[in-house]
Design a protein around this ligand. Structure first.
Ligand SMILES: Cc1cc2nc3c(=O)[nH]c(=O)nc-3n(C[C@H](O)[C@H](O)[C@H](O)COP(=O)(O)OP(=O)(O)OC[C@H]3O[C@@H](n4cnc5c(N)ncnc54)[C@H](O)[C@@H]3O)c2cc1C
Length: 398
């Protein structure tokens, strides 16, 4: 059979997974990444549900497990640091999952285990993608011209190529009104091996999590959120500092450390909802198609799984791209819908505004994490769960 060409735009979890599996199937793979070099940054992500099986089929389960962040559990703490509740973390999919890994370590692991022959272009982006009778014609901002049989857009939530290929009314961007600031800060003697989670009034959360690099991963998350997108890093962090001025607990330490850190990632949580993820020879994978946000959880698991399922369906329908991409959507959609449909009232529960709301949250949290209700609480952290069997990649390729 004629060798087929794929261009993958975006070199993070979804793009690298697609590159991995399509190359294994013999496709010529070119990955275009906007950043000037491979991006190592990012905080905790986890591998759950069916993504564990995908990772295993990649032969990378043990490698990722070796890079575990070392976190042993998740606790809620009060303003003095005293533990008020412990979230279930036993089993593979607890609040602290069995496979907790830093995004950069995870992406790097896939990158370093790609089958030989994947070509990378850094510091470039797709300017136009025109579908023709024989192939799809891509022109990049650096003037490169590429012809391919398939374009996989895996550019994350703010994907520019998606917004060019699909009309505005086909891409619903649902602002969840939550801002999250992730950063790496120096570890201190008081930090332990658990994820410590503190809630305070005016919808503010502070999280501290251990990592496997001798540092601590901090998150400030708050709602109502702030639109910090147009601001420079200094101005954005100043706004966050104002917001956390009287937040107590470890807020001053985190704010000071963020100012000095070169690894701060700010996100205004936005769900992406689309009625279709493909058009002609173009298909979306990962956050670009369905960002679920950390509030839904499982973004990395779905991104990893999408690369595998896409390749498997293309292998199953070698002469019919439309059928393959439809089958890919049909397989992935229930997993995405499951996570995007956030329980009613979740935001008010997670981000209480007043002292009364906070007290209620503590109470509900205590009840939910009590032994009889632990199985229910454990369900809240299960994502990428499915009764469908993973489609097979033909023998010899996998
Ligand atoms: C540097 C970084 C840090 C992150 N940190 C966290 C974190 O701390 N916590 C968390 O929950 N999630 C984080 N995420 C998001 C998380 O990785 C994703 O939610 C999830 O893993 C799904 O991955 P994805 O591959 O679909 O998208 P992403 O991981 O968002 O990757 C998209 C990739 O596409 C590239 N890209 C974007 N636009 C273009 C373009 N026009 N052309 C070519 N390439 C493009 C980006 O540089 C990136 O490499 C981070 C992502 C990145 C890129």
């Amino acid at each position: 059979m004629r060798e087929r060409d794929v261009v993958v735009s975006g070199a993070s979890i979804a793009g690298l997974s697609a590159a991995f599996w399509l190359r294994r199937l013999g496709w010529q793979v070119t990955v275009i990444e906007r950043a000037p070099a491979f991006r190592d940054g990012g905080q905790n992500v986890d591998v759950r549900g069916v993504a564990r099986e995908v990772l295993d089929r990649m032969g990378l389960f043990d490698e990722v497990k070796r890079q575990n962040t070392t976190e042993t559990g998740t606790v809620v703490v009060d303003a003095s640091g005293k533990v008020t509740a412990e979230l279930p973390s036993d089993g593979p999919d607890g609040a602290t999952a069995e496979l907790e890994v830093l995004r950069g370590d995870f992406a790097r692991t896939i990158h370093d285990h790609l089958p030989p022959g994947v070509a990378f272009v850094y510091g470039d982006t797709i300017e136009t993608a025109t579908d023709g009778p024989e192939s799809l014609h891509i022109v990049t901002s650096q003037g490169r011209e590429l012809r391919c049989d398939l374009l996989v857009i895996a550019e994350g939530v703010r994907s520019a190529t998606r917004d060019r290929v699909f009309a505005a009314d086909e891409v619903t961007q649902k602002d969840l009104d939550v801002t999250m600031v992730f950063g790496t800060i120096p570890r201190t003697a008081g930090d332990d091996d658990r994820w410590r989670w503190h809630n305070t009034t005016r919808g503010r959360q502070i999280h501290l999590r251990p990592d496997n690099h001798g540092t601590t991963r901090a998150i400030l998350a708050y709602s109502p959120g702030d639109d910090l997108a147009g601001l420079g890093r200094g101005d954005a962090l100043a706004r966050v500092r104002d917001r956390y001025a009287d937040a107590g607990w470890e807020a001053p330490r985190v704010l000071d450390a963020f100012d000095a850190s070169d690894d701060v990632y700010i996100d205004q949580l936005t769900q992406i909802r689309m009625t279709t993820w493909h058009r002609g020879r173009t298909v979306l994978a990962g956050d670009a198609g369905w960002c679920v946000t950390p509030m839904g959880g499982g973004g990395a698991s779905l991104a990893l799984t999408s690369g595998y399922v896409l390749a498997a369906q293309l292998a199953a329908h070698p002469d019919d791209t439309e059928a393959a991409l439809t089958a890919y959507e049909t397989w992935m959609r229930p997993l995405v819908d499951d996570v995007q449909g956030l329980p009613r009232g979740l935001k008010h529960f997670a981000y209480p505004q007043t002292r009364t709301g906070l007290a209620l949250r503590h109470l509900v949290g205590k009840v939910l994490t009590s032994p009889p209700l632990k199985p229910l609480a454990a369900k809240l952290t299960q994502v990428a769960e499915t009764k469908q069997t993973l489609p097979e990649i033909p023998q010899g390729a996998a």
